[in-house]
Write a protein that binds this ligand. Structure first.
Ligand SMILES: Cc1cc2nc3c(=O)[nH]c(=O)nc-3n(C[C@H](O)[C@H](O)[C@H](O)COP(=O)(O)OP(=O)(O)OC[C@H]3O[C@@H](n4cnc5c(N)ncnc54)[C@H](O)[C@@H]3O)c2cc1C
Length: 508
């Protein structure tokens, strides 16, 4: 093919999902354009600059870098080195009067299990075994949910006898693995872990998914030098060095459809870009808003019938390090009152920048990101009530942080709250819905398909859902699907699509 005939793929959004798909398609030899509404990449896993601090927007824990895990596989494919360093303990959970240390080292973690949950060793053994099966599968091509015969064959090929033994757990939830004598402490602990990793509680989280999610600390959590946004920046730099067109401040406002195919997008800069295939690093709600009435019926129905996902309340703190106590870790999870529901400032995740990472804060200071799950509906209120709620949640977050870091209040030099409206404004996720869908059922897992032949979704809305590692895995699948589709189009000689207009063409 001549350069002009080389298929052109347009990616909407430079989050981890969009950028990972972009670099894989670039490596496969296609022309790729990424349009990003914001001024830097990373979306919810970005890092923003404010008054000499570099704050992580949302994601702070970077997993998935151990051998066979998604970020490690991607690095191997691209030949890149991530700016990461493993941390142990991964994080510390404070619940009631307990301090539960989430060691990466397996032996130390088992000591914690026997200390805090002696009655439930059999639960943890089962969880560990199920987690091993799930992680083994995720290290292979496992196109879930399958759509084509090729997908089903790939799934069959990746199954081993041990995976088959784990198959019945695809129908069970995490709580069903617990014995009746499981302590209330264990139940709250599990709920808190699953809420941040699967967006749902033990009672509703799928057992295979939940077991893998609980193993995250053992699979390795990393500090990202410069902030978690450096993962996306690493991908962006790799792509730009190899011909990727990555344009910032280009918010896509419309995706035009002809028949069952996307043909071009229009941006806030009054520009139009044509392409042969489109990958939307968006939620289904975000995609429908770009398609308007051209959205396929199934997609329209999906956004009308699906319950909204979680939102997040965040608090970004600039801290005077000299006022902080010596800390045994950089990440903490506080369940303030174990008898009350989680989220809404009652369960808070607290991450501080690495003390030796001078790029994150002025000398003698540290940057912290605190986050809690919140229902987006609670923020659809008038201005006065909104300001009051924001102040109240700010206070709840600081009060919870004081449990893990006594004296933190006195160390605060800067405090910036972020609500679902803030997330909507900066990441363009409708209503500030973040974190993807709760992982309750493998059979209802959201696939990348949109009902349009050449448009795919990527990001935390598709299986396996949230986290930079999960989104990377989903993006690998989407890149594979796009390549397969283009190869089929070429083979069918229906490559009439854009041929001569395949380049990122500016219409006005
Ligand atoms: C508070 C919080 C804490 C979290 N903690 C962790 C954690 O510790 N570890 C972890 O691994 N994960 C964590 N996550 C989850 C993780 O951040 C996300 O799952 C992941 O970053 C989502 O990536 P994505 O590719 O789906 O999309 P996004 O991050 O949403 O990126 C989408 C991009 O598309 C752009 N965009 C949107 N609409 C348009 C448009 N119309 N035109 C152009 N560009 C557009 C946005 O600006 C954005 O840059 C957390 C999330 C939140 C909110």
């Amino acid at each position: 093919m001549t350069p002009k005939q080389t298929p052109h793929i347009l990616i909407i959004g430079a989050g981890i999902g969009g950028l990972t798909t972009a670099v894989l398609l670039l490596q496969a030899g296609y022309r790729v354009t990424v349009l990003e509404a914001h001024i830097y990449p990373g979306g919810c896993a970005g890092t923003f600059y404010h008054q000499k601090f570099r704050f992580d927007v949302g994601a702070t824990l970077a997993g998935g870098f151990s051998t066979g895990a998604p970020h490690a596989r991607l690095a191997e494919k691209l030949g890149i080195e991530w700016p990461v360093q493993p941390v142990d303990p991964a994080w510390i959970t404070l619940v009631g009067d307990r301090v539960i240390v989430q060691w990466a080292e397996r032996e130390r973690w088992w000591e914690e299990i026997y200390r805090h949950f002696p009655e439930s060793a059999s639960f943890w053994k089962k969880q560990e075994w199920l987690a091993n099966q799930s992680w083994n599968i995720s290290a292979k091509d496992f196109p879930w949910p399958p759509r084509t015969l090729a997908d089903s064959l790939a799934i069959l090929r990746s199954l081993e006898p041990a995976t088959m033994l784990a198959a019945p757990y695809a129908l069970r939830n995490m709580a069903s693995l617990l014995s009746a004598s499981a302590s209330p402490l264990l139940r709250v602990f599990l709920d808190a872990q699953l809420l941040i990793s699967a967006q749902s509680l033990a009672q509703s989280t799928n057992a295979l998914y939940g077991s893998a999610a609980l193993d995250l600390p053992r699979r390795g959590v990393n500090h990202v030098w410069g902030g978690i946004g450096n993962l996306a920046q690493t991908l962006a730099d790799w792509g730009k060095d190899r011909g990727l067109t990555l344009l910032y401040r280009q918010k896509v406002e419309r995706l035009e459809v002809n028949g069952r195919r996307g043909v071009r997008v229009y941006t806030n800069k009054k520009q139009a870009f044509e392409a042969d295939a489109f990958v939307a690093n968006l939620t289904p709600w975000g995609l429908v808003s770009l398609l308007g009435e051209s959205a396929p019926y199934s997609l329209q129905r999906e956004v009308q019938t699906r319950p909204p996902t979680w939102g997040a309340f965040t608090l970004y703190l600039g801290l005077d390090a000299s006022q902080l106590p010596d800390l045994p870790a950089d990440h903490f999870q506080v369940i303030f009152d174990p008898s009350r529901p989680l989220g809404e400032g009652n369960s808070v995740f607290i991450s501080l920048s690495h003390p030796e990472d001078s790029s994150r804060a002025p000398q003698g200071m540290r940057a912290a990101t605190l986050s809690t799950h919140t229902a987006i509906s609670a923020w659809q209120i008038d201005e006065k009530a909104y300001a009051e709620r924001r102040a109240e949640y700010t206070e709840r977050m600081i009060r919870a942080a004081e449990v893990a870091i006594p004296g933190i209040r006195q160390a605060i030099r800067l405090a910036l709250p972020g609500t679902p409206h803030t997330f909507e404004f900066y990441t363009h996720r409708p209503l500030g819905m973040v974190g993807g869908f709760p992982q309750t059922s493998l059979w209802r897992a959201r696939s990348p398909w949109t009902g349009l032949a050449n448009v795919w979704l990527v990001g935390d809305s598709i299986f396996p859902g949230q986290s930079t590692a999960g989104v990377t895995l989903g993006a690998m699948r989407v890149a594979h699907e796009v390549i397969r589709w283009i190869e089929q189009e070429v083979a069918n000689r229906s490559w009439a699509i854009s041929k001569s207009v395949g380049s990122a063409k500016v219409a006005s």
